[in-house]
Design a protein around this ligand. Structure first.
Ligand SMILES: NC(=O)C1=CN([C@@H]2O[C@H](COP(=O)(O)OP(=O)(O)OC[C@H]3O[C@@H](n4cnc5c(N)ncnc54)[C@H](OP(=O)(O)O)[C@@H]3O)[C@@H](O)[C@H]2O)C=CC1
Ligand SMILES: CCCCCCCCCCCCCCCC(=O)[C@@H](N)CO
Length: 399
């Protein structure tokens, strides 16, 4: 016969998650909302290229009235023709620089009241801060952050005044570099982290008007912008960024659009993005109690993986391993599979950049990094990588 204590325990184990789920069901507000797209006015900045263009396509296909805004009228006309050709739908184009508030207001006025605003324009010039000119820093902050303020400020009165038109949306295109600071992205990350503060505060100011804010966090995405960026991106930046994979603009647009339609506040685009979103949920709104449940339950484990990610990073390899034994052990025990691929990238990345910039490495590391970097480069199958990482950890732990 079963031990009554054991069956009581298993009952408790079953009931606890259910109780948590119920609690979250009570707390999480507002409930999921559907933002309609058909016959509504979708306004997309940076809609003449890359992710913005893919979004404009999609909105047109779903029957929206679409407006796009960017600086170059040539690129706008090309985008207009391209959408016209593939969907038969006519989009309105507005040539304006988001840094110019008057120009943006004029465009918004001409375009008419907006139901779904996608603030997507963005510029990225990666470089170590020490080398980067302040003009470039200012450029990124101005276009990515201040430009977004200009756009939202111009559109908001019309959006609030849309009585009886159902829920609306303000979506902001951030980046995974807006969830975690990345080497080479001091200015870019700062501009994208800025969007988060803007979005969280704005959501509180507009929820009473049934306006829902979404923040989208894409990884590297195959766009004309990325092609330009990778020409001058520091190798270390590339290697770290690539640890989150790369997506097609269409795929990102699809994820973004689904996130907007379901009024999700945080919209990740791939699996690493989901991990990052859980790791950085913070005090942001969450409209799905199921996702809230995942966040609460996964928080601890993901924190361990995050410590693995940052701990196995540059500081470790450049300043000595002794400080990181704690997280190493934990990561080895729990976060193992999650950080496995990250390890591989880091090992390659650190070796690569150390060779180029003559970073000081501790003596044992010189040897270790070279050896592990070599072996990682040779590894091909996932299993090989995993077992290599396992050996790598053991060799650290047994030192
Ligand atoms: N591609 C990627 O790897 C990733 C991109 N992102 C973000 O997604 C967004 C779109 O990126 P992506 O599609 O790659 O970019 P692209 O460079 O391909 O397109 C950028 C768009 O923004 C417009 N734009 C740029 N500056 C201004 C300005 N000052 N005023 C008005 N419009 C402007 C451009 O048109 P014009 O030049 O004519 O003004 C163009 O339409 C950006 O916010 C970016 O940070 C996030 C993560 C990854
Ligand atoms: C909890 C553990 C998580 C582990 C995964 C971490 C992966 C971090 C990678 C971040 C990649 C950032 C790419 C930015 C792309 C971008 O915005 C530029 N192309 C400019 O547009």
């Amino acid at each position: 016969m079963a031990d009554p204590n054991i069956s009581f325990l298993s009952l408790l184990l079953l009931l606890l998650p259910l109780a948590l789920l119920f609690l979250l069901y009570l707390i999480v507000r507002p409930r999921p909302t559907k933002i309609p797209i058909k016959n509504r006015h979708v306004f997309i900045t940076g809609g003449s290229s890359g992710i913005g263009l893919a979004l404009a396509h999609q909105a047109a296909l779903e029957g929206a009235r679409v407006s796009i805004l960017a600086r170059s009228i040539d690129k706008l006309e090309k985008a207009k023709n391209c959408i016209q050709l593939s969907t038969g739908i006519d989009v309105a184009v507005f040539a304006a620089d988001v840094r110019d508030y008057d120009a943006v207001s004029k465009a918004v006025e001409e375009a008419g009241p907006i139901d779904v605003l996608v603030v997507n324009q963005g510029v990225f010039v990666p470089e170590e801060l020490e080398k980067q000119g302040l003009d470039e820093v200012r450029f990124m902050v101005d276009v990515n952050l201040i430009g977004s303020f200009n756009m939202i400020k111009a559109a908001l009165p019309g959006m609030k005044d849309r009585k009886g038109r159902g829920p609306g949306s303000i979506a902001l295109m951030s980046s995974q570099a807006g969830q975690v600071g990345i080497y080479g992205y001091t200015a870019y990350s700062a501009s994208k982290f800025g969007l988060r503060g803007l979005a969280e505060a704005l959501q509180q100011e507009v929820i009473a008007h049934d306006l829902h804010v979404s923040l989208i966090f894409p990884p590297d995405t195959d766009t004309p912008g990325l092609v330009e960026e990778t020409k001058k991106r520091p190798p270390l930046t590339s290697i770290i960024a690539e640890s989150s994979g790369a997506m097609k603009a269409d795929e990102v647009a699809k994820k973004a659009f689904n996130g907007i339609k379901s009024a999700s506040f945080i919209v990740p685009c791939n699996f690493e993005g989901l991990l990052l979103s859980i790791a950085t949920a913070g005090l942001s709104p969450q409209r799905s109690f199921i996702m809230a449940f995942v966040e609460v339950v996964a928080a601890g484990v993901i924190r361990i993986a995050a410590l693995g990610f940052s701990g196995i990073g540059i500081q470790v390899y450049t300043s000595g391993m002794h400080k990181t034994k704690g997280p190493e052990v934990l990561a080895a025990l729990f976060g193992y599979l999650l950080v496995s691929e990250c390890d591989r990238r880091w090992i390659l990345a650190v070796n690569y950049s150390a060779q180029r910039t003559c970073w000081r490495r501790t003596s044992i590391f010189d040897y270790m990094i070279d050896e592990w970097s070599f072996r990682h480069r040779e590894a091909e199958t996932t299993l090989e990588i995993i077992s290599l990482n396992f050996e790598f950890r053991l060799s650290i732990l047994s030192r």
